[in-house]
Design a binder for this molecule. Structure first.
Ligand code: ARG
Length: 575
């Protein structure tokens, strides 16, 4: 059982014995400072208010009843009625002796569908796609680590009006004898070219519009061109995923076009149920739940007057697929906060139409924007969108420079490997370590710093531990000593180590990976302090103490590398 859950259980029992109403919670929390113990039970104040009695007296009564034999070494009442809990060192040691870092077995295994990355294929991936891709990937890893059945869904945008224009452009290039791969070598440029043609050449524009209709009705020529385009664009995204160490594969792509055949029947069904109604020739769902302040319901178009379907229509079809075919218990969407209204509309409509039964949870987890130093959305110097591919190249180059400055005894191959892990790790960690819903400022120097809450700092902490084991000539995985906790730095480190799974549980629930980052940062710092005060390999350290400390070090390394892996960040033995 998790430590926090164990304490909650014991305090709950004590509160009931003390005659406190059932719905008063003990409110177990980590202590902010060591002088307030390791954990606190803060529930006495709330309960006393309810019962109109003195909180300190009530806290004393709770202490009379609580059974923490073998768990806590000291309990004290502080301030208005806080209960400070000091855990016992042998208890921590014993819990750690059993700790393992391996996939867990959940009490209730769920099928969790995760919609993330999902770029539009018309253009090259840019920095705007970074957040969904790495936050979603981290949650996929976390839920998989917990033992859930994770189904990644890359809802790529490969359908819609833009594709008429793009395939008309591609037809031009192929007509001139060019190979598709070459023509599409720079997707961004290709898109701009075709847009220019579309805007300036009316006959091209007509053709483009005609091609959209043809494409959607299955015309063979248009389909062929479209396939060529999609193939190149998908390959580009897959390459980015690989460089980012993101676990999205071709098999996870379930693009918008996959729902094409289902759209008509979704609209028919919504109409039959009276949920979608005619409005100026279009089919629209009006949602009073999302009415504006004047009481006007929020409209969501599901079919245009011209007959075309929309983004919302494919999202409704996707919901059905995820519930019925993928058998989801929980569906997570990692999409920019600017699409919050869209998601609300889709969710409410999906529930109303009976596509999503009550037992299935649907959650939109929005995120803020990546900003430049000037506090505005991150752009190139000339104001263009920053290609993700370029950003990653720069990250690795900058990291390589740092690695060479720090250590010039490494082989060329090793330098490249380390630079890759540090550069990519830094970009990901800078993003994952801020509260998801906030905007953040992209800054190369701070993300690549070896000090502070950064990926390089954590990777460095890991290499420090590796070097201890190299010096000791031991394998951290086979250390089987019993842990003995004596010093306060050992205790602080042990406490952190025990909390790993608690933190993972929380991330799995609220989908905020920054709490895992803060935890890993605290853990690395606790390790550094421990290592400073508690010698491991020095000659005069008794054998049993050395082995206990090696075991603590090994667990720290395993936890750091497992935690970073859940963020999609790699570690190395030296840097
Ligand atoms: N392709 C969309 C975009 O780039 C994101 C799709 C997110 N997923 C979804 N099911 N709507 O904005």
């Amino acid at each position: 059982m998790r430590l926090k859950a164990l304490l909650t259980q014991r305090f709950n029992a004590a509160m009931r014995s003390a005659g406190i109403p059932d719905d008063c919670s003990p409110m177990i929390a980590l202590s902010g400072k060591p002088q307030f113990g390791d954990y606190q039970a803060n529930g006495a104040m709330g309960a006393a208010k309810r019962m109109q009695t003195s909180p300190r007296d009530l806290a004393a009564k709770i202490l009379d009843h609580v059974d923490l034999e073998g768990i806590a070494e000291k309990l004290e009442i502080a301030g208005p009625g806080f209960i400070n809990i000091y855990l016992s060192k042998p208890f921590l040691a014993e819990s750690l002796n059993q700790a393992k870092r391996k996939t867990l077995a959940p009490e209730h295994k769920q099928t969790v569908v995760i919609d993330y990355s999902s770029p539009n294929l018309a253009k090259e991936m840019h920095v705007g796609h970074l957040r969904s891709t790495i936050i979603g990937d981290s949650l996929a890893r976390v839920l998989e680590y917990q033992g859930h059945n994770v189904k990644r869904q890359n809802h790529m945008g490969d359908w819609g009006t833009q594709f008429g224009m793009l395939i008309a452009e591609l037809e031009l290039h192929l007509g001139e004898g060019e190979q598709a791969e070459l023509a599409l070598d720079d997707l961004e440029q290709f898109y701009q070219q075709s847009k220019k043609h579309f805007d300036e050449d009316p006959s091209f524009a007509d053709k483009a519009r005609d091609y959209v209709v043809k494409l959607q009705s299955g015309d063979e020529h248009c389909r062929k061109l479209w396939h060529k385009f999609i193939k190149v664009s998908v390959a580009h995204s897959l390459d980015i995923y690989q460089r980012l160490n993101v676990g999205l594969l071709e098999a996870h792509i379930q693009p918008e076009s996959a729902y094409n055949d289902a759209l008509e029947s979704v609209v028919d069904d919504l109409s039959k149920q009276g949920i979608a109604v005619d409005s100026d020739g279009a089919k629209v769902v009006f949602l009073s739940e999302l009415a504006d302040k004047n009481g006007h319901p929020s409209p969501m178009i599901v079919k245009k007057s011209g007959g075309g379907f929309l983004y919302a229509t494919s999202d409704l079809a996707a919901l059905c697929y995820r519930v019925n075919e993928l058998q989801a218990d929980r569906i997570l969407y990692f999409i920019d906060a600017r699409q919050s209204l869209h998601m609300k509309q889709v969710f409410i409509t999906g529930r109303k139409a009976g596509y999503v039964p009550k037992r299935v949870r649907i959650e939109h987890h929005p995120f803020g924007t990546m900003m430049g130093e000037n506090g505005r959305p991150f752009k190139t110097r000339s104001g263009g969108t920053v290609k993700l591919a370029d950003l990653l190249v720069e990250a690795v180059q900058r990291a390589e420079k740092l690695v060479r400055e720090k250590n010039n005894n490494l082989s060329e191959e090793l330098v490249k490997d380390i630079a890759n892990k540090v550069g990519i790790g830094a970009v990901k960690y800078a993003d994952l370590s801020v509260t998801r819903t906030n905007d953040y400022i992209f800054n190369w120097d701070s993300m690549l710093s070896f000090e502070g809450n950064t990926a390089p700092y954590l990777q460095y902490a890991y290499t420090r531990i590796s070097s201890i084991f190299r010096k000791a000539g031991k394998n951290p995985e086979t250390i089987s000593a019993a842990i003995d906790i004596v010093e306060s730095q050992e205790k602080a480190l042990a406490l952190k180590l025990i909390q790993f799974e608690e933190v993972i549980d929380q991330v799995a629930i609220d989908c905020y990976p920054h709490s895992l980052c803060s935890y890993l940062y605290d853990l690395a710092s606790a390790f550094m302090t421990f290592y400073e005060f508690c010698p491991v390999l020095k000659k005069d350290v008794p054998e049993a103490t050395r082995n206990s400390r090696l075991k603590l070090s090994a667990l720290s390394a395993a936890t750091l590398s497992q935690g970073l892996d859940l963020l999609g960040i790699e570690v190395m033995e030296q840097m």
